[in-house]
Design a binder for this molecule. Sequence first.
Ligand SMILES: *[C@@H]1O[C@H](CO)[C@@H](O)[C@H](O)[C@H]1NC(C)=O
Ligand SMILES: *[C@@H]1O[C@H](CO)[C@@H](O)[C@H](O)[C@H]1NC(C)=O
Ligand SMILES: *[C@@H]1O[C@H](CO)[C@@H](O)[C@H](O)[C@H]1NC(C)=O
Ligand SMILES: *[C@@H]1O[C@H](CO)[C@@H](O)[C@H](O)[C@H]1NC(C)=O
Ligand SMILES: *[C@@H]1O[C@H](CO)[C@@H](O)[C@H](O)[C@H]1NC(C)=O
Ligand SMILES: *[C@@H]1O[C@H](CO)[C@@H](O)[C@H](O)[C@H]1NC(C)=O
Ligand SMILES: *[C@@H]1O[C@H](CO)[C@@H](O)[C@H](O)[C@H]1NC(C)=O
Ligand SMILES: *[C@@H]1O[C@H](CO)[C@@H](O)[C@H](O)[C@H]1NC(C)=O
Ligand SMILES: *[C@@H]1O[C@H](CO)[C@@H](O)[C@H](O)[C@H]1NC(C)=O
Ligand SMILES: *[C@@H]1O[C@H](CO)[C@@H](O)[C@H](O)[C@H]1NC(C)=O
Length: 531
Amino acid sequence: MRSSHLLTLPALALATPFDLKSRQNNVNSSGITWGKCHDPLIPGNSSLQCGSLDVPLDYTNEDSGATLALEIVRAPTPKVPSKGSIFFNAGGPGASGIEDLVALASRIQFTTNYDYDIVNIVPRGTNSTLPFSCYQDTASSTYAGLTLAASAYDTAPANIWVQSQLFADNCAAMQTENGTLIGTAFTARDLMRVVDVLEEDGLLRYWAPSYGTLLGATVAAMFPDKIDKMVLDGVVNPTLYYRNNESETFTSIDGTFNGFCVGCAENPDKCPLAMNQTADEVKQGIFKMLEGLRTDPLAIPTPGGPLGGIVLDYSFVKNLIGSSLYYPSKWSGMASQLFAVQQRNLTLISEILSAGAAGGGDATGSNALQTAVAPDSNARDGIKCSDVLTHAANRSEFQSALDARHAAGYFADAADDLPTRCAQWKLPAKERYDGDFKVKTTKPILLINNEFDPATPLVSAKNVSETFENAVLVEQRGGYGHTIWAHVSPCTVQHIATYFANGTVPEKGAICDVTVPLLSGLTGWEEILGA
Ligand SMILES: *[C@@H]1O[C@H](CO)[C@@H](O)[C@H](O)[C@H]1NC(C)=O
Ligand SMILES: *[C@@H]1O[C@H](CO)[C@@H](O)[C@H](O)[C@H]1NC(C)=O
Ligand SMILES: *[C@@H]1O[C@H](CO)[C@@H](O)[C@H](O)[C@H]1NC(C)=O
Ligand SMILES: *[C@@H]1O[C@H](CO)[C@@H](O)[C@H](O)[C@H]1NC(C)=O
Ligand SMILES: *[C@@H]1O[C@H](CO)[C@@H](O)[C@H](O)[C@H]1NC(C)=O
Ligand SMILES: *[C@@H]1O[C@H](CO)[C@@H](O)[C@H](O)[C@H]1NC(C)=O
Ligand SMILES: *[C@@H]1O[C@H](CO)[C@@H](O)[C@H](O)[C@H]1NC(C)=O
Ligand SMILES: *[C@@H]1O[C@H](CO)[C@@H](O)[C@H](O)[C@H]1NC(C)=O
Ligand SMILES: *[C@@H]1O[C@H](CO)[C@@H](O)[C@H](O)[C@H]1NC(C)=O
Ligand SMILES: *[C@@H]1O[C@H](CO)[C@@H](O)[C@H](O)[C@H]1NC(C)=O
């Protein structure tokens, strides 16, 4: 999913200093020259610093001498000396993380209570670091981005298969030069190059959500002796990721949807769909509406313009629900959207879509009406698909994998295009991690997962906690949505702060209860940041 996962970051009040060389910000201590950022998204007065480091363009052929100028952004601590760097990755794959760091910097400028530099390498495939796109113009890219749910109609899977084939072929034709150089294993090496030149203790401190957990697991498996601290939140099963096996991916998506229906029935003032119904009646009503859209889709003209417009059909609305399930704080907005669709009130739908009530997400109306194509617009596919170790010879061979994905639930055919594209990928990464994850890192890894995460289910986090020899999992019980940025308990944040400060992890089986009410519009961070 091409969306930011790091919305805000808590101030870390940290006690025990590392034994790190003291150094000042803004100087050249490290082979990286830090200076002002020129990215248009970063305000001129921002405290963010930008730098770059030359790394091998192709780690399997370092002798060629070809290099890549890896972009790096950091939010330096105002404290001198810094206690070192904590790296983060913004998820995706395909998020550059710049937006997230800007959001972070605007938050932490109000506090001096953090002791680390927060560092983000702009990963290969994204933004200016080997941007990955398969199309030259908006029209073809928009066509390729159309959402189709496999269950929309009988022949939809065949359609998705050939659309994905076309996409994979286009990427192969467009990305002949650098398309095999953006995989996660190379990004893992980039990360360690930066750690090496920072002249701290040569160890990685890392905190990441979502796809960032896959990058983290890969770095940890490749460099187990170099991990000081690692927090992985919203955990991907790395074994399945590399095999393009999505049988586990959506095992909590229906449970998350159920949470929405319960929250709706309990908060009728926040949920126009409620109408004195039970949670189950709300749910059946939404299913009925979706089924109705199969035969009676709605045409919504572009607000304020004579051209374009979107078709609200079964696939579109189902996908809209799937992406909104990531963020419970936006569920009230989703409820208004679904209510408008249920009423088939075009005026209301149009108003809501143009106001962008549900916020970001790939399937919202505002996104569908967008025109510009970013140079890295296909980074999600380029990174994930070049990583996968298994491909399918034909559609019938892939069908069982797709069936296993769909078996996870009603909403489990969200974004079928991604695994289907990967199954037909022509640009395998020069290096793909194909080892196992039964590794013992020097220090324990801290894993965190919501009980109901639509995209990275708790079962995947449990798998990783049992696979890495000394990892500990904190379950956010009653937590809904994707990662702790969606829904958080102060208890979890305390565990993270203690871990970064003292290196201690909680007991195995740790549970933190999330008490922020659903549909309240809150995430739980309001209270924590306010403190
Ligand atoms: C920093 O290092 C680079 C390359 O080593 C050098 O070109 C540059 O002049 C240095 N800048 C400062 C401020 O020392
Ligand atoms: C930067 O400038 C904007 C307005 O241009 C202001 O809102 C913001 O507070 C400033 N930030 C800092 C860190 O001074
Ligand atoms: C491939 O990457 C190298 C190194 O960044 C760059 O110089 C070159 O222009 C890229 N090629 C294409 C076709 O983008
Ligand atoms: C990098 O991202 C910024 C926004 O953060 C955007 O303005 C710029 O065009 C991007 N550059 C590339 C090469 O993608
Ligand atoms: C996908 O993974 C599941 C769980 O490990 C396994 O049962 C299944 O056989 C795998 N599917 C394929 C096609 O390998
Ligand atoms: C819900 O039920 C109450 C009591 O039966 C009734 O007064 C109210 O109008 C109903 N509300 C809606 C939205 O149907
Ligand atoms: C449709 O929505 C508009 C805008 O909210 C509202 O004014 C109108 O009364 C609604 N129409 C019906 C039939 O409910
Ligand atoms: C699909 O590929 C498999 C494996 O190569 C092969 O056994 C099978 O006959 C193919 N099926 C079709 C319909 O081409
Ligand atoms: C983790 O998941 C992989 C892939 O399904 C499986 O092979 C492995 O046995 C699981 N490990 C544990 C400890 O559950
Ligand atoms: C770290 O440990 C010290 C000494 O045991 C303790 O005083 C401090 O509160 C701990 N810090 C955190 C954030 O838990």
